[in-house]
Ligand binder design. Structure first.
Ligand code: PGA
Length: 244
């Protein structure tokens, strides 16, 4: 159960979130919890999560370890801050910051080299869905990006299926639509890496996940977890998603 805070919460707001959130998820041994704040709040989140099972992730990672890359933050820097996970290729990065399937692959490789667990995002936009191109888009994102990983590395990533039309819009994919897409992604993974690797791949659903729809989504055997934006900003709401 991962929370993507996007460009919200200062370090002080992060600390305040954890104070309320921690007691609410104390008994959540059924799942892994990852909170992904902005870079500047990573250290505050790590400090506030100390002694709990809650993990902290970044929202992006540079493809190089260091160098002349103004504005970027590298895997070793994220690790040094105490984070263990990173979201790669979020649709907002693809839409607004020029992220491509190729840069998503490079960033995923860099994350793995730094010992970070990547949550790699894929998903179609509304026009693709309306033109019945969902599977083709997912296939392109997989083949031109993720599929560049070695089998060994592939075993260490999770994929998040996030239909762009469902992100921040309040329009959740129906559990059936999400499960269909997850099946397609799993089939692509199995075709490339074999049945076992395809079967053990964890696929999260993201896009307007809320306390009142998480149960029906998680009831789909194809859905292994969720990546939550807006509803992860409030400790009570994210805790009720975690404890669905
Ligand atoms: P949302 O965002 O839950 O606010 O739709 C999900 C995401 O972008 O990861």
């Amino acid at each position: 159960m991962a929370g993507n805070w996007k460009m919200y919460k200062t370090p002080a707001e992060t600390t305040a979130f954890f104070q309320k959130f921690r007691p609410l998820v104390e008994n959540s041994g059924h799942c892994e919890i990852v909170v992904c704040p902005a870079f500047l709040s990573l250290a505050a989140a790590v400090e506030a999560a100390k002694g709990s099972t809650i993990r902290v992730g970044a929202q992006n990672v540079a493809w190089a370890k260091e160098g002349a890359f103004t504005g970027e933050v590298s895997g070793p820097m994220i690790r040094a801050a105490g984070a263990t996970h990173v979201i790669v290729g979020h649709s907002e990065r693809r839409q607004y910051f020029g992220e491509t399937d190729q840069t998503v692959l490079k960033r995923t490789q860099a994350a793995l080299e730094s010992g970070l667990a990547p949550i790699v995002c894929v998903g179609e936009c509304l026009e693709d869905r309306e033109r019945d191109r969902t599977e083709a888009v997912l296939e392109r994102q997989f083949l031109q990006g993720i599929a560049g990983l070695t089998e060994h590395r592939f075993a260490n990533i999770a994929i998040a299926y996030e239909p762009v039309w469902a992100i921040g819009t309040g329009k959740t994919a129906t559990p059936e639509i999400a499960a269909d897409a997850h099946r397609a992604i799993r089939a692509q993974a199995a075709a490339k890496y074999g049945k076992t690797a395809g079967g053990s791949l964890r696929i999260l659903y993201g896009g307007s996940v809320k306390p009142d729809n998480v149960q029906s989504l998680m009831a789909q055997p194809e859905i292994d977890g969720v990546l939550v934006g807006g509803a992860s900003l409030d400790p009570v709401s994210f805790a009720s998603i975690v404890n669905f």
